[in-house]
Design a protein around this ligand. Sequence first.
Ligand SMILES: NC(=O)c1ccc[n+]([C@@H]2O[C@H](COP(=O)([O-])OP(=O)(O)OC[C@H]3O[C@@H](n4cnc5c(N)ncnc54)[C@H](OP(=O)(O)O)[C@@H]3O)[C@@H](O)[C@H]2O)c1
Length: 235
Amino acid sequence: MTAGTALLVGGSSELGLAVLEELLGPPPRRVVLAGRPSGELWRNAEQLRDIGYYVTTAQYDACLRADEIEGMLTHACTDHPLSLAVVAIGTMSAESFAEGIVVNGLSVALLLRALVQRGPEQVVLLSSAAAVRPRQSIAAYSLGKQLADSAAVLLARQAAESGVRILIVRAGFVTTRMTAGMAKPPLATTPDRVARAVARAVHARRRVVWVPRGMELAVRILNLVPRRLLPAGWR
Ligand SMILES: NC(=O)c1ccc[n+]([C@@H]2O[C@H](COP(=O)([O-])OP(=O)(O)OC[C@H]3O[C@@H](n4cnc5c(N)ncnc54)[C@H](OP(=O)(O)O)[C@@H]3O)[C@@H](O)[C@H]2O)c1
């Protein structure tokens, strides 16, 4: 991978940062962390600066319109073209059902389109097993992830024609801020393990990776079982 600008949208995300670090290669390199201003965003920026990357931040909020997303990307990639983008936007604690679908789904679909038009070598979407196995208890999150995942699937073919690869990462439960305080289910994994699996998948030029690997089979089996027979949290 050439060393153009690397962008993490969801710059405060622990999982996003782990994936980005695994893909960055050796410093120096220009890195942009896009997100809402927060202590986590500044900490992630400092962590990368300490390693030797040249890091700036950019404002990204899921309520941005398409033209505002363009503006953010133009600003972020002023001097160096975009070569890598990791999309780590997601929330399970949206204030309303509609907000959950917009943040996890619609905003990510718009962002993916804008990213592909910039012609980076690689886009990584942190999707979820919930995109293939929606659950009642996280309905807005699941529906949003389904929308974002489907947008990536549809964009991937068109993107490939212009040399852009999109990797969709369908992770199960990962121990991060998002899942803090939740009971760990079977097949729970860590940001480091997800990051290593993503790096292997990027290297192998894959379009989809499930993490852990057994999650795909587990989801396919669960989808065959009538929901009423499953424990409430799995429906
Ligand atoms: N943890 C898991 O079990 C798991 C499993 C599968 C997939 N994923 C996906 O992995 C990605 C990273 O998740 P994570 O576990 O690292 O959790 P996280 O730390 O909560 O990261 C979520 C990111 O989304 C951003 N975000 C949320 N709402 C936003 C909004 N309205 N506007 C702009 N940014 C917003 C957050 O920014 P703020 O700091 O500003 O809120 C944060 O950067 C997400 O896409 C998540 O769905 C996570």
